[in-house]
Write a protein that binds this ligand. Structure first.
Ligand SMILES: C[S@@+](CC[C@H](N)C(=O)[O-])C[C@H]1O[C@@H](n2cnc3c(N)ncnc32)[C@H](O)[C@@H]1O
Length: 254
């Protein structure tokens, strides 16, 4: 091999292939992306190839979500993220919230992708992802004082979404916080034609899934001593629903 041929060369090849399944943002699932990086230098020859999943919606919504999270996660030390997907939110939020150990989780098949993102964006407060199917009773036994999840409830059937809320309630200590971002119905109504079309598209893939009603979610949550303290309207008709364990309803977090 004529190594000098590679001297002074730096290649960076990135390709993205995406198949959006839903509304422009957020998407229903991480779209596929391939990223191939080949780099060479005079002193060090490295070839690294990674195929990271890539969700364009994460780039679009991460700043507005972070703005909501920052004041509401003050004093939190350990947070569990449910359905981390690609891991893009985690690698963006964790460095901005350095007081929080941000534990990613998802169904087993998503862990390799999350690991690739974590490897590319190493920070001390991002431990390796863990397997967590919210519909099972195999929830972590470690202590967490907050839970975050984005764009998951509409991907779940009713039983699963209920199990997510029950699992969160079991996991959290008094005053523990749960922030759930995504599109929701309100009083049975969609927030415009885009949400209705998105819901129909989801149901055409799986009739059991689709946008959940905020009141329906909150009824389950309230039975588990999770109190909805805020319902924050976000761009593109999304919301952040903020529950606190054993808190007074309609009161902002301490
Ligand atoms: C639309 S993606 C959202 C991913 C990421 N949070 C985001 O906002 O880009 C939905 C995620 O929910 C996860 N999910 C679906 N059912 C789940 C379950 N039963 N337990 C845990 N995660 C689940 C999927 O694996 C997927 O990562």
């Amino acid at each position: 091999m004529a190594w000098p041929f590679f001297r002074h060369l730096v290649y960076r090849v990135t390709a993205h292939f995406s198949w959006p399944v839903g509304r422009p943002a957020p998407l229903t699932a991480p779209v596929m992306a391939a990223s191939i990086r080949v780099s060479c230098s005079t002193t060090n020859l490295t070839f690294s190839m990674s195929e990271k999943p890539y969700a364009p919606s994460c780039e679009q919504n991460r700043d507005v979500i972070l703005t909501v999270l920052q004041p509401r996660l003050k004093g939190v030390r350990r947070l569990l993220e449910l359905g981390s997907g690609t891991g893009q939110h985690a690698v963006y939020f964790a460095p901005a919230l350095p007081h929080i150990t941000w534990q990613t989780s998802d169904l087993e098949e998503h862990l390799p992708g999350i690991q690739l993102w974590l490897a590319d964006y190493p920070v001390a407060n991002l431990p390796p992802p863990i397997v967590l199917d919210v519909a099972t009773d195999r929830w972590p036994t470690a202590k967490f004082d907050a839970v975050f999840s984005a764009n998951t409830a509409h991907m779940m059937d009713a039983t699963m979404a209920g199990a997510m809320l029950s699992g969160v309630a079991r996991l959290l200590p008094p005053n523990g916080r749960f922030l759930l971002y995504g599109p929701f119905k309100k009083e049975g109504n969609f927030h415009g034609p885009n949400d209705r079309a998105f819901d129909q598209r989801l149901r055409s893939h799986d009739p059991a899934i689709g946008l959940k009603d905020i009141a329906w979610l909150d009824q389950i949550a309230a039975a588990e001593d999770l109190n909805l303290v805020e319902e924050i309207a976000m761009p593109a008709n999304n919301f952040v629903l903020f529950w606190k364990k054993n808190a007074q309803p309609n009161r902002l977090a301490d």
